[in-house]
Design a protein around this ligand. Structure first.
Ligand code: ADP
Length: 170
């Protein structure tokens, strides 16, 4: 699996699936969740209501339509809310692992990811990047591109530097 990095807005990515950093209620929210529901339109919420009547557990993933976005599916994950005492890092790596499993079920080959939990949920950004990279590096999946979407220049520079650090010398 190739790991790529772009700076931009995840809602505009031309990939098979975009990952949403949702919350347990699965009825929309702020940050990337708000952007995905706004760009995808009401079909995304309607599909959330239909498929997730009781929401989703922290660390888990599930899919809906992407509505009006260029992607075909949204893979929603619920990252740990560090600000609410969810400090178990395994919950964060689980989001990435489960997202790739759902992508495989869907047959999605390219998947765009935000930095789950690194916004309102308060996970330190550098460790949030490393958690994603650890899972991507060791994943057994048919996904051939994991695209990390950096929202802003500083996130882009951070992801690039962690990616270069991890890559063994040629
Ligand atoms: P969480 O509640 O899981 O922390 P947030 O949406 O608050 O989720 O933030 C997660 C990450 O998504 C942050 O790094 C934030 O900068 C980023 N983000 C916010 N909007 C977008 C967007 N439109 N595209 C890509 N990333 C985004």
């Amino acid at each position: 699996m190739r790991i790529t990095v772009v700076e931009g807005d995840i809602t505009q990515q031309d990939v098979d699936a975009v990952v949403n950093a949702a919350n347990r209620r699965m009825r929309g929210g702020g940050g990337v969740d708000g952007a995905i529901h706004a760009a995808g339109g009401p079909e995304v919420l309607a599909d959330c209501e239909r498929r997730f009547p009781r929401g989703l557990a922290t660390g888990d993933a599930g899919w809906t339509t992407a509505g009006r976005m260029p992607a075909r599916w949204v893979i929603h994950v619920v990252g740990p809310n560090r600000n609410a005492g969810e400090t178990d890092r395994g919950l964060l790596t689980s989001c990435y692992r489960r997202a790739l499993e759902v992508a495989d079920e869907l047959g999605a080959r390219s998947v765009a990811f935000p930095l789950v939990s690194a916004g309102v949920y308060g996970w330190p950004r550098e460790d949030a990047v490393d958690a994603a990279l650890e899972v991507f590096r060791s994943a057994d999946t048919s996904v051939d591109e994991a695209r990390m979407v950096a929202f802003g220049r500083s996130a882009y520079d951070l992801i690039r530097s962690r990616l270069d650090d991890e890559r063994p010398p040629a």
